[in-house]
Design a protein around this ligand. Structure first.
Ligand code: BGC
Length: 918
């Protein structure tokens, strides 16, 4: 029998074979592939076993669903024997196709459970005695400390079956077992609101255990917990705590079935002087090889002069399993050039702006045995070839390596990272010239899978797409940061919400955002207000003006979970988040009974960095800022409407009606107050029209008038944009939607300032914070706020996917169960292709236009359906696979209007050909 369906990409809670999860009923997903059109799943059977060999024999001692009649392939909640802490679960799945023919079993996958109950944690928080002089949180002249080393020797005499470590720290840790680094996580345990929770990590270490003496070693670093934090120099450092702490629990199953546990406690040894002399995300790291303790993290090391750790009983923080992909080194980059700008001062150019750090390779021909090699990092160069560091503000971005001897060795920092393209290296031997292999740029990022691809006939557009992806990569550092270089790097909510759909087209963001949405809830204020960035260290409330409640920033607390639902059909996130979302909307409502969002609780940013903030001479400055009350009210209506839809997903009909009425009342008020019969909106800004259209604030019959006004607004700017962070993407999408697609293409492909291509023409390899962050001849924007790695205006990635490739989700059938394919070509493109690996599988688009013949190849994942909109001169001239479309039995023509042919297709590959309308 031939099996028409193949099962791939088994995931548990969005992750491939996750270790140590603490979701008690984890959700399982897979995709199915088939060459056959219209194939689908009609039933599935999942088996889950506690042992691999049982699973190999198709035995599900934990769970056997038997044959379930269902086409569901995502988020199927485990419903077998209740899962216990530390359990290993192996699973696989088979499915039945539309003819009830069974597939082969999938490959097997697995997950393990973490420590589910507080009482499972028998280990203690350990570290150095508390720092005596409490660090004054308002004191910028802070002290830095050496990274302590912690070790524990223990013996294993019997053969083992397996061994797992559950570990986390307040601060960062790097972990070793018998001298070998455990795991490849960078900056673990990542950033959460440490006053509420910290994530622990689980590592399988079965292969690291040896017979006899074994040694666990851990190094701690300051990180987000004790180090400097943003968003700028008026904010203090050390927002969470002064004492670095470790908690570790290791569980070894011996061959006789007995369990040996190694727990962090008072008999572990600590040395406060290690080779990492200081580390800080903003400042950098100093590594002194002369202070290394050879063999400290391996057996047979004499630790008799080390102290015992202290046990810190004061810590009462919830330990939760890591939900998201860890930060890893995701790429290594060899520099493209070296320039000796002064004797012995070398500038390496990576050719790409990245987040991460450099690994250097030293040897006796390059370095004196006790040399100090200093690396300074920057995103740009000054005209004289020196590093441009003014935009780093208080971040020093400097790593130092003090060598110890003549050996050829590699060094890299551990507990810091920088945003940079250029590296200045000093400290090499007089007269030597390093080559390109002296250093490697290590790109760090939360390791979310790249799921989107794009290519077109326009080389600059391809660079733009690549730059957007890079900017995303550089700013996924545990949370979505605004930038990776200056003394900021915060999870700014406004930036995140405008970019989130683009980010989802580019990478698998389910796990990453699930974690960050939890962070958002953790930081929500009692009264319901969401902050402007997340995590929001609670001490900030005491020492700064509380920064909660800016429209578009706080609203991220609704927009993001809703996007997660739409893209991944993740109902659980809505369930978990609903009360928070409701509290937020109720709070804004309670303070703004008039239904216009006039009162807030903190600072407003409005349509941040709009045309009024441009400092380039060559730009009409005629009023780009959308009045705040209009901006905020638009977001209020949008949030109320999202809340109503969330309620409906959860079956809360009363709430759904209540908030849909609220949204309608806000919209009516908005129209009454701010919109004239002519379509003019108070302020008459591009942004005002874009947001009113985008959030559906106005009656249908006014839409064309507003769209016309929006176009006039662009004309007043000589055909240029005046929009800011929040309105640029809406403007582009609404131009296309309202029938001004050629105008959107004009803006997209414009090389005139301000534009995306202009930025690329200035040398950008990532997205910049300002359209004019740097202009050849003019130089840099001001130094206070000038990031070269800021994704907000990269939100155009969404327009590229939705309009050029035409890949759209259907809000009524979320999770790409049903897909809307609507490519809308425009000048100067002659072809475009790309794909998006949705939660249901790969969607592929490939179109070209030649001599007015439009060819479109579409591939839709098995078990999904799509509506395809084809620009077509006539129905008669349209073919699929060389056959007249009207003759195709597999394609349903649902309409032909305005030279657009609307087709319904089932899964599979299709080749359309039609004459392109004039
Ligand atoms: C950040 C932004 C952020 C803004 C708030 C800036 O410093 O870099 O991207 O959204 O502040 O308006």
């Amino acid at each position: 029998m031939t099996h028409s369906l193949v099962i791939n990409n088994l995931r548990c809670e969005y992750l491939v074979n996750p270790l140590g999860i603490d979701v008690k009923t984890p959700r399982l997903s897979w995709i199915i592939d088939s060459d056959e059109r219209g194939q689908c799943q009609t039933a599935y059977r999942i088996v889950a076993s506690s042992k691999k060999d049982l699973l190999d024999n198709n035995k599900g001692d934990l769970w056997d669903t038997e044959k379930v009649l269902s086409n569901q392939t995502i988020h199927i909640s485990y419903d077998g024997t209740p899962l216990k802490s530390k359990m290993c679960c192996y699973w696989k799945v088979m499915v039945w196709d539309k003819n009830d023919i069974p597939s082969e079993w999938s490959q097997s996958a697995m997950w393990t459970m973490g420590l589910l109950h507080d009482s499972d944690w028998k280990a203690k928080w350990i570290g150095l005695p508390p720092i005596k002089e409490p660090i004054n949180i308002e004191d910028r002249e802070r002290k830095y400390y050496s990274s302590p080393l912690i070790r524990k020797s223990f013996s294993i005499e019997k053969p083992i079956k397996n061994a797992f470590i559950y570990v986390t720290a307040l601060g960062h840790y790097e972990l070793f077992l018998n001298g070998k680094r455990i795991g490849d996580h960078i900056l673990a345990p990542e950033w959460t609101d440490y006053t509420k929770r910290v994530q622990y990590q689980t590592y399988e270490v079965s292969n690291f255990i040896i017979k006899g003496e074994n040694v666990i070693g851990a190094v701690l670093g300051d990180g987000w917990y004790r180090g400097n934090l943003g968003p700028g120099s008026d904010i203090p450092h050390t927002c969470y705590g002064e004492n670095l702490r470790l908690i570790l629990q290791m569980s070894v199953e011996l061959s006789d079935g007995s369990i040996k546990e190694i727990l962090s406690e008072s008999d572990w040894k600590i040395s406060k002087e290690g080779p990492i002399r200081m580390s800080d995300h903003f400042i950098g790291e100093i590594y002194d090889a002369q202070k290394e303790k050879l063999g400290w993290n391996a057996p047979r090391y004499n630790d008799s002069n080390w102290s015992n750790v202290i046990v810190d009983e004061s810590i009462n923080i919830e330990l939760v399993a890591q939900l998201n992909e860890p930060i890893r080194i995701v790429k290594e980059i060899t520099p493209v050039s070296i320039n000796e700008i002064k004797p012995e001062v070398f500038i390496f150019d990576l050719g790409q702006n990245i987040a991460g750090w450099c690994k250097i390779r030293v040897n006796s021909s390059l370095c004196e045995p006790d040399a100090t090699i200093t690396l300074r990092h920057a995103e740009m160069l000054n005209e004289d070839g020196t590093l441009y560091v003014d935009n780093l503000r208080d971040a020093k971005a400097t790593d130092k390596f003090i060598l110890n001897g003549n050996d050829t060795r590699e060094f890299n920092p551990h507990f810091t990272y920088h945003g940079f393209q250029f590296v200045e290296v000093t400290g090499l031997k007089m007269g030597v010239k390093p080559d390109l292999n002296f250093l490697i740029g290590c790109v760090i990022s939360s390791d979310c899978k790249v799921v989107g691809e794009f290519e077109s006939s326009d080389a600059t557009l391809n660079i733009l797409w690549n730059n957007i992806l890079w900017t995303q990569r550089d700013n996924l550092i545990s949370i979505p940061t605004d930038c990776p270089q200056r003394d900021e790097r915060m999870g700014w909510m406004g930036d995140a919400q405008v970019f989130c759909q683009t980010s989802i087209y580019n990478m698998g963001m389910g796990a990453f955002y699930t974690k960050w949405i939890q962070d958002i809830r953790d930081c929500q204020r009692e009264d319901g207000m969401f902050p402007i960035y997340v995590p929001y260290p609670p001490v900030y409330k005491e020492i700064t003006n509380e920064q909660f409640g800016a429209a578009a920033w706080s609203d991220c607390g609704l927009i993001l979970p809703w996007k997660l639902y739409l893209n991944y059909k993740d109902k659980r996130i809505i369930n978990m988040h609903y009360n928070s979302a409701k509290k937020f909307v109720d709070f804004i409502h309670s303070r703004n009974k008039s239904l216009l969002w006039l009162r807030s609780t903190g600072m407003h940013y409005g349509d941040w960095l709009n045309g009024d903030t441009i400092i380039s001479e060559d730009y009409p400055r005629i009023g780009a800022t959308i009045p705040f009350r209009i901006f905020a009210t638009a977001y209020f209506a949008n949030s109320a409407s999202i809340l109503s839809k969330m309620a409906s997903v959860l079956g809360l009909e009363e709430d759904s009606i209540k908030y849909s009425n609220l949204a309608k009342q806000i919209r009516d008020k908005f129209t009454k107050r701010y919109v004239k019969e002519t379509g003019r909106i108070t302020g008459d800004t591009q942004a005002g029209y874009a947001l009113a259209l985008h959030f559906n604030l106005i009656p249908e019959d006014l839409r064309p008038k507003l769209a016309r006004k929006m176009v006039e607004g662009i004309e007043r700017y000589e055909g240029r944009l005046s929009t800011g962070f929040c309105s640029t993407l809406p403007l582009m999408l609404e131009l296309t939607k309202a029938g001004y697609n050629e105008k959107a293409y004009k803006l997209m492909f414009s090389r005139r300032f301000p534009s995306w291509f202009f930025m690329i023409d200035q040398g950008a390899t990532t997205m910049w914070e300002h359209w004019d962050s740097f202009i050849k001849g003019r130089g840099f924007y001001d130094t206070k706020m000038n990031s070269f790695n800021h994704y907000s205006i990269g939100s155009i990635g969404e327009w590229i996917f939705r309009v050029i490739l035409g890949i759209n989700l259907d809000e009524n059938r979320p999770g790409y169960n049903h897909i809307i394919i609507k490519p809308m070509p425009g000048d100067p493109l002659t072809w475009a292709k790309g794909c998006y690996e949705s939660i249901h599988g790969q969607i592929i688009i490939n179109w070209d236009i030649e001599n007015r013949i439009f060819n479109l190849e579409v591939s839709i994942p098995t078990n999904t359906t799509a509506t395809v909109y084809l620009p077509a001169e006539s129905v008669e001239n349209t073919y699929e696979n060389e056959k007249p479309i009207q003759e195709s039995k597999e394609i349903k023509i649902s309409s032909y209007e305005n030279k657009t042919l609307c087709l319904e297709i089932n899964s599979g590959k299709y080749f359309f050909k039609t004459s392109y309308p004039n």
